[in-house]
Write a new protein. Sequence first.
Lengths: 232, 117
Amino acid sequence: MLKHLYRCAVRLHPASFRRRFGDEMLYVFDQQKGTLAALGVMLDCVVSLFRQWALRPRNSIELSVAPLPTPTAGHIPSFETLDTFRPRTSALINGAILALILFCMTVIAIRYSWIHVLNLHIREIGTDWGQQTGQQTPAEIHPSRSVSLQLDSYVGEYISKSPPGKIMIRIEGDHLALAFPGHASLPLSPVSPNRFIIDGIASNYADFTADRWGRICCLSVVINGNGIAAQR
Amino acid sequence: MIERADSNLPLSSAALHVLLALAGEDLHGYGIMQEIARQSEGIYKLGPGTLYDNLRKLIQDGWVQELGARRGDDDPRRRYYRLTDAGRDILRAETARLTQVVREARLRLRVPNPRRV
């Protein structure tokens, strides 16, 4: 058992050290008489393991001799190595893991940041805004795919408790539409990231509320003075 | 040569004992451990991890030469090591330094003569 552990400890040494001295270390272990002596060698091996990885990082690399520059026409070397240093394999693995973690954190931060919610080009989604100003329409400015993706965040089924019912928000063409079951859908015109006017009537509007992660979670509809609160 | 060796002094205890063990004859790793234990009368014992860490440094410095396995040896895993001339010079320099230290220590620790009345 102890020999098996010792063999494992030897194998955990840096490759260059293990290749050069691993067999001899096993031989030394085989020469020990008694459990106490074997334990002493085992302890020394564990200390050596720490020493080789923590205190001798450069020794774990077998530095290769830099190749001499190859002279070519005009005596200009075609290749020259200035430094023979190569990072350790473990350092590369650690760096890769760290980079992956940072990448995931960045992706999550972009997905759930409040800036993302405010970055909706609400005014550009409007159907008649571009025509009124004589400027380019949103579809000309931004790809339609990009717009539909932003509108997707509002789309869904919202459940109202009082009165009990469902409110559907969906995309129709290039705009959002609100629909009650069994009724025709009503177009929504954005006035702000959170407020949409229903069917072009200013007194009828739908307010969307985002949670702390920036996801739309609540809908408040006011039609003809009557309010309905619904949750996604 | 001694002057040039001074920059590498003092040696660590392990390095000194390894060089000292190899000063007599070529030895393999386990032989070095046994020789060190014998020379220090069992007071200083070197583990294999410490030994081979020091051996590698000594080989890199050119003070010890690796000879490899010997034909007809009991165990083919054993590799032999030899003290080089540079290693011998270093050992001489370290011995001279230690001699100076011992001389100085004896002078300082000498019991003062009783004052004659």
